[in-house]
Design a binder for this molecule. Structure first.
Ligand code: FES
Length: 475
């Protein structure tokens, strides 16, 4: 070994180093994209996600039924293997996409699938929602990201245990039980807001109650079959989740602010893409998390010229990853080379904002000129700057113009780059949402309201005093 083993605990000593190095809640590279095209790609519907979800649950039920019919024969083994892979493997990308709230247009449909898949994976919904927000904020930043599954150096044993999580899942059950009795660990407290901890306790209690009920049923009939349907598939089906998850970040760089260096896109066949909900376009997902999974292939076409070439297929990605991991066993500081990332000379916020940002005109009669009233189409937004302050001007679908502060109250992302959904705007960074009529934060992780500013139209121009008129009530 040529370097000291790092401390991957969230909130441990590495967290202070990450802060000192400017890696915490920092701005990340984003490739340029036409704002109108991005807006098209962000559009959600219910039909595609409903079809995919029905296919997933239909297959799950079908293999579950086959397993039941073949109980007592060897045919039960492949039937349960397929059932488990759909439950503990394919459930992961459903959990993920619905956690972002991007699969369905309708919020409650995302929530139903999110809670179902969370249980299948034994992930406490509130804990993992916030953990995933952190993963997107500080991706593979040691001491900050709770979802680094390859702490270096990984070994053949640690990789094998990921595929069959005989230790990991029991540890998750113990952690859930502790949370159920109110013993919430420091890692969870480091990223979950205090007022969400109560929810975490009740979710944990529900999980423990279901698992205890199924276990009691198995004992009562002296058969493992009930547990093979609920509980154990999280363990014996996890291999498929890990099979895909390895391709996301393994072997790539830690502590960088560019997803092209720490995340991988892999071309996969249609079966894998169905099971994995297109998360093989992982660089694109990390950079633009407001784009739903079914639009990621199109997004890839828009931005691929700025990214490292995608791995041509799963096997070639694996060959490269395993070779890198083998080297990291000897030298944990080794990174998979990324010299194929194109240089983007004008990388940075101003480049991203091409077409978005305008500078507010001179002030007359105490009002700032925000541009022509007919320049904004319904459902679109524009960002503008006055001095050091950033603002956003939105046109809602009904034609109403709304001016707000320009940065998300959660993590300082530029809201004009977000998605306008009826009278809401969705933040481009973590999918938090605000009601543009009131400023109220209506979807996690945003909780603090937005400041609104009055606007009016004079001589065909939008004008505003940019004096705050209200602050929403938050949620
Ligand atoms: S930055 Fe996190 S929701 Fe906006």
């Amino acid at each position: 070994m040529t370097s000291v083993r790092r401390d991957y605990r969230v909130g441990g000593p590495e967290a202070d180093r990450a802060t000192a190095d400017g890696l915490v809640e920092a701005e990340w590279f984003r490739p340029p994209i036409d704002p109108e095209r991005l807006r098209q790609l962000q559009v959600r519907g219910n039909a595609r996600a409903a079809l995919d979800t029905a296919a997933w649950l239909g297959l799950l039920a079908g293999f579950g039924y086959l397993a039941f019919l073949s109980l007592g024969t060897w045919w039960a083994v492949p039937a349960f293997a397929a059932y488990g892979a759909l439950y503990g493997g394919a459930g992961d990308s459903r959990w993920h996409e619905c956690g972002h709230g991007t699969a369905f247009k309708t919020k409650w449909l995302n929530d139903v699938v999110y809670y179902l898949a969370s249980f299948m994976l034994l992930r406490q919904p509130t804990l993992w929602r916030w953990s995933h927000v952190r993963h997107h904020t500080d991706t593979i930043v040691v001491g900050r990201d709770a979802e680094i599954i390859f702490p270096r150096p990984s070994s053949p044993t640690s990789i094998a245990l990921l595929f069959v999580p005989v230790m990991n899942v029991p540890n998750m059950v113990v952690r859930t039980a502790k949370h159920a009795i109110g013993r919430i660990d420091d890692e969870a407290r480091s990223f979950i807001p205090v007022d969400e901890l109560g929810k975490l306790k009740w979710e944990s209690r529900a999980y423990i109650a279901i698992l205890a009920g199924v276990t009691a049923w198995s004992i009562a009939i002296w058969s493992i079959v009930p547990l093979l349907y609920v509980g154990l598939p999280t363990i014996y089906g996890a291999w498929l989740m890990v099979f895909f998850a390895i391709t996301q970040h393994a072997g790539l760089r830690e502590d960088v602010l560019d997803h092209r260096l720490n995340t991988r896109t892999v071309y996969m066949n249609p079966v894998f893409r169905f099971l994995y909900s297109n998360m093989n376009y992982h660089v694109e997902h990390h950079i633009f998390p407001t784009v739903p999974y079914y639009s990621l292939p199109a997004l890839h076409q828009e931005v691929k010229v700025y990214l490292a070439p995608a791995s041509p297929n799963t096997w070639s990605a694996y060959r490269r990853i395993l070779s890198t991991l083998r080297r990291q066993w000897r030298n944990p500081a080794y990174d998979e080379p990324r010299d194929d990332v194109p240089a983007v000379s004008d990388a940075g916020r101003s480049f991203v904002n091409t077409g978005h940002t305008v500078w507010a005109g001179d002030r007359h009669d105490g009002l700032f000129d925000l541009g022509p009233a007919n320049a904004l189409a319904p459902g679109s937004a524009r960002q503008f700057e006055v001095g050091d302050e950033t603002y956003a001007l939105f046109r809602l679908d009904d034609g109403t113009l709304v001016c707000t502060e320009g940065l998300c109250t959660h993590g300082q992302a530029y809201l004009a780059e977000g998605l306008v959904l009826d009278c809401l705007v969705e933040c481009p960074k973590h999918n938090g949402r605000f009601d543009l009529r009131t400023g109220e934060a209506v979807r996690f992780p945003a909780t603090d309201p937005l400041t609104l500013y009055p606007v009016e139209i004079r001589n065909g121009r939008v004008v505003s005093s940019l004096q705050s008129e209200s602050k929403g009530t938050g949620s």
